[in-house]
Design a protein around this ligand. Sequence first.
Ligand code: ME8
Length: 535
Amino acid sequence: MAKKFYITTPIYYPSASPHLGHAYCTTLTDIIARGKRMRGFETFFLTGTDEHGEKIQKNAAAKGVTPQEFVDEIAERFKNLWKAMKISNDDFIRTTEPRHEQTVQKIFSKMVELDDIYLSSYTGWYCVHEESYWTETQVGEEHLCPECGRPVEKKDEPAYFYRCEKHVDNLLKYYDENPIFITPESRKNEMINTFIKPGLQDLCVSRTSFTWGIPVKEKEGHVVYVWLDALTNYITALGYLQDDDSRFQTFWQDPDCEIVHVIGADINRFHTIYWPMFLDSLGLRKPNRVFVHGLMMMKDGKMSKSKGNTISAYPLIERYGVDAVRYYLASEITFGQDGRFTPEDFVTRINSDLANNVGNLLNRTISMISKYYGGEIPAYPGRVNDNDGELEELTEKTIRSYEVLNDDLKVTEAYAEVMVLADRANKYIEENAPWALAKDPEKAANLASVMNHLARTIFVVGKLLSPILVEKSEALFNQLGLPEEKRTYENVHDIHLVDGLNVNKGEPLFPRLDIEAEVKEIVAMMAAPKEKAAA
Ligand code: ME8
């Protein structure tokens, strides 16, 4: 039976257009999902939008539209961006959909029945932007939100609370028994030391000061706290407590299905403290991993809607193609660490890895096969040249470490290994000097071996990169003359795969970019009005 894999992105707030930071998280998650599917895992990939809350209500009012109209329009922008980025999500959940709202009400009622949620009243300092309450000490004398620095409001309202202390022991036990639950590990220590050790206060899980939320059935005037609403999307989208819960059975209830949430550090607390507790209340298993990726910054700090220093993915896709943007996102910033977007790095990365390494390898090889063999790849003659064995072994080693690194969510590292293989193949050309072999009839077997080894290595490089290069990998297989049915992942181990294929000379996969000119282009994109770029 196929192994199972369930992966999710955060569901984003449709409060403004998506920017490259959102594209970063979704693209990396997509690359993982595509990689698993390619390797035969039964995979489910979920993304969506988190559409309730006071912030959305206020933004809609400011625009003079209803909250529903407001989120309908922006959710569409997210969906369009994912289409443009070639995101392969299996579902897109919107928290205003009936399937979600009804299930959240059932979940809330279940927690009330269990006495995990109780009615009381709340006095505290509230930040509308972060949708969070803070204590007197946290907001300080100036009454500013410790997270975003905006002024907070004093609130006093009846509210439901979630009993944290009831589940905290199970949470810590889960951390202990599952050392990779929170990755990278530093993110776990942060949770324990900053939030759990000082003592978790019960979490306020209903609001009465606004209406744009899922109504609490138990009490009129209350809506469900946006984070209890949002986190449960990971199970409501699978059909939890719904008539057809087959996906839920397949991807959540099966203990052999690996469940991974990919998130940014800003929402770690919700995913690694409250979410496992909520699942504990419901008697459900917890995710295997919460992978906390880093932030994509701009020169003036975090890229964010509120700062207005974002760059849209669209003009980049339009000018450089979706694969170049996907590759940049996966390779430039080590997955799990913070990184900075600069136009110089963007252009340099595409030139060095895609144009000069992979693209060049393909070009040279196809040209030589055309020139020396009229386009027909010679059959594998065994290991003829001194370094044939080395290239074959490196190929196998790359495939093995690619799988291990990907399973460990070390995405950047996994694809860097593939670049090392492509680089080695380029050096293999220099070492064997096929142009000299071609002049010596006694070296015919040597030349045939070089061409066959190169073509086969190119297939492996293209196949391993295909979760990122969703279009160009197909163009690469076309140039190799590889029929559709031979493009499957199992064939990476087939030493005879390319024997006798007829190559097709084509356009360079990635034309080399003029750094200076392209940096200017990108700087202009960054200055362009954001809404226009997104439209
Ligand atoms: O927090 N760099 O939604 P959100 C990298 N609705 N990633 C970034 C980024 C950046 N500059 N900016 C945003 C919410 N992200 C909630 C989530 S989940 C049940 C509810 C990514 O629209 C990153 O993954 O503010 C971050 O965690 C997420 O977008 C926050 O998106």
